[in-house]
Design a protein. Sequence first.
Length: 359
Amino acid sequence: MATTKVGIYRSYYGPVPRDSSGQPLPESEWLKKRPFSWVVRWFGSDGNRYSKSFRTRKEAEHFTEIKQAEVREGRGDPPEEITLTNFVNEHEQVMNGQVASETLQDQMRALRIFKAHVGGGMSLGEIRPRQAESFVAMRLSLGAKVATVNKDIRTLKRVFNLAINPRGYLPPGENPFGGIKQRKQSAKSIRYVTSEEYQKLQSAASPTWWKTLFTGAYTTGARLNEILNLTWSDVDFAQNRIRIASKEAGDTLAGWEPKDHEGRILPVPVEVMQLLADLQTEAPEGCPYVFVPGWRWDCIQKSRKAGTWQDEQRLVNNLNRRLETLRKRAGVGKLTYHDLRRSCLTNWASPDSHGVPVG
């Protein structure tokens, strides 16, 4: 039976040093005269011996602690090999339903860009931090914003951590993005939508759909996807509140999970409840969603029947473009839906605010 002991050894390389007479020096005198690296050696469950080289003893000792525990548990075999292409495909299948659809979309976007950069045929175990650094440099050189690149770094670091545990394709400490630091960026001013700007948007908003969307964002602080996935069964007219909850895919509902899988109840001002009641009178028959217009609902149903609808698709599309048109009509500076939500949270935090905290 092979030993379960994991050992650390010096591995010399380069020519053997010689004395003044040209004779090779004995190994006992090599220490300060011949370069070496530190090698960790162990036996796998198959009886084969494996090794890994390190530049410093500290790195080798850290790896040894982890590997020793694995060997004792019968997990000393090297990680299974998988190409980056196969890992990307597997990741999409495995994570579907485990994380919010927006999170998976971000992960798949970053993975595909990285795969295009380094090549999908590369083994996961061959990817090194230099490829990660090269990827970051490439993204910045092509004009990607620093915030976007930093998001890619965080996303890929998380994905490669999953390749270590629980999937076992990489040994501990071998995340190629593990040591990649996010790039510094200048502080960005936060867009605050004043009450005057909000009133201008409300005055310019037509039909009721836009008024309800603006008011909902500015008074409840709900995220955009939370608003768009809101169904009439989530609206409690008696208690003046709405429920943010996950949706299981069915005949009329698309599968959806709120951010961090956290559902909650949001209190809603009376004026918003009145707008929701008005909007309900205009709702298309058979549509469970509050903010899906009739024409869009028809398109979704046709796509469902044709088998082309994907749950990760937006229930309402071209929203930013339509918002841009409306804010110009209102004579208000550039803003996004998130600016309305963030302004709501700012209002709640203000000493003069009469709002309520997020439920």
